[in-house]
Design a protein around this ligand. Structure first.
Ligand SMILES: Cc1cc2nc3c(=O)[nH]c(=O)nc-3n(C[C@H](O)[C@H](O)[C@H](O)COP(=O)(O)OP(=O)(O)OC[C@H]3O[C@@H](n4cnc5c(N)ncnc54)[C@H](O)[C@@H]3O)c2cc1C
Length: 285
């Protein structure tokens, strides 16, 4: 178990990979897609390019550079991270990766679904972390809002603890291979409602579902979701790190937009390099 696993293949993740590989560390980059950089069609403030370049071009060059240095790039979606004997196990939709250290670099936080009431009940029955909060819902009825692999992973954590778990897909088709005891409701959600804490989900068609707790697992899991579950400090959806990009959890580092501050390529590249150098030091001690 001596590899570094980097979650995210944007400028932060790729920069981390380049530094780690050149320090002779077996390095994996697990990435779902091109992230924010892929959406950028004209960059003219990044060092070294006298003419504007596209994000897609920068990504292609960064990936090629990392691959040439021996980094293993894997296109997949990370759904969870668990502690293992001498480090971590990174779970993806295609299998697991052992890691002695991890760099979280999944970019800016995901959008929270714009559904009335959700923000009002945060901490009052609305949770973003099944591993952290499942215990409070022993024998109760809970729902997971989401329709992807991350939502299923959250539901799997809740199923052995809660009396019932309902996956609310908010009008989307649920994926294949759901756990047998997971209930599914595909109706579009209008609002989260209740008194001092959440008590029900109201559907746009008028009916409602009584619940004691709602777990938000929309889209894919981001760095802050992983960090929180491993006990790292977050501020809202940003991960707190020191100047060396360490989270405070031994072996866990973060870089780029997921740590907040200036959301720019130059900062992501710096963070990635710093995170890798600190991770390498950690792996050698
Ligand atoms: C429209 C637009 C224009 C911009 N213009 C500029 C500009 O001109 N100059 C500039 O400096 N910056 C610009 N930016 C900002 C810049 O793109 C970001 O600051 C930078 O890309 C952040 O890098 P990152 O590596 O932290 O995150 P990202 O580039 O967002 O990369 C995140 C990576 O994490 C992966 N990921 C996320 N979740 C998972 C998961 N669960 N499993 C596996 N992989 C996952 C994604 O697939 C992606 O590979 C722009 C951004 C946008 C959206």
């Amino acid at each position: 178990m001596s590899s570094l696993v980097i979650i995210g293949g944007g400028p932060a993740g790729l920069s981390a990979a380049i530094y780690a590989a050149r320090a002779n560390i077996k390095t994996f980059v697990l990435y779902k897609d091109g992230g924010a950089l892929q959406k950028t069609d004209k960059i003219e403030n990044y060092f070294g390019f006298p003419e504007p370049v596209t994000g897609a071009y920068l990504l292609e060059q960064g990936r090629a550079q990392a691959a040439r240095l021996g980094v293993t790039l894997v296109e997949t979606e990370v759904t969870g991270i668990e502690y293992a004997d001498e480090g971590f196990t990174v779970k993806t939709i295609d299998g697991s990766y052992p890691a002695k250290a991890i760099v979280l670099a999944t970019g800016a936080p995901r959008a929270v679904p714009k559904i009335a009431g959700i923000a009002d009940f945060e901490g009052h029955g609305v949770s973003y972390c099944a591993v952290c909060d499942a215990f409070f819902y022993r024998g109760k009825s809970v729902a997971v809002l989401g329709q992807g692999e991350y939502a299923i992973e959250e539901a799997r954590t809740l199923l052995p603890v809660a009396a019932s778990v309902t996956l609310l897909t908010n009008g989307q088709q649920p994926p294949e291979g759901l756990p047998a005891n997971l209930l599914v409701d595909t109706r579009p959600v209008a609002a989260a409602a209740g008194d001092d804490k959440i008590g029900r989900i109201e559907f746009t068609e008028g009916d409602s579902l009584a619940i004691d707790g709602l777990f938000i697992a929309y889209g894919t899991a981001g760095s802050a979701d992983f960090a929180r579950k491993l006990g790292a400090m977050t501020e809202g959806s940003r991960i707190q790190t020191d100047a060396a990009m360490a989270t405070g959890v031994p072996g866990l580092f973060a870089a780029g937009d997921c740590t907040g501050g200036m959301l720019q390529i130059a900062k992501a590249v710096h963070d990635g390099a710093a995170a890798a150098m600190t991770a390498v030091k950690h792996m050698r001690t």
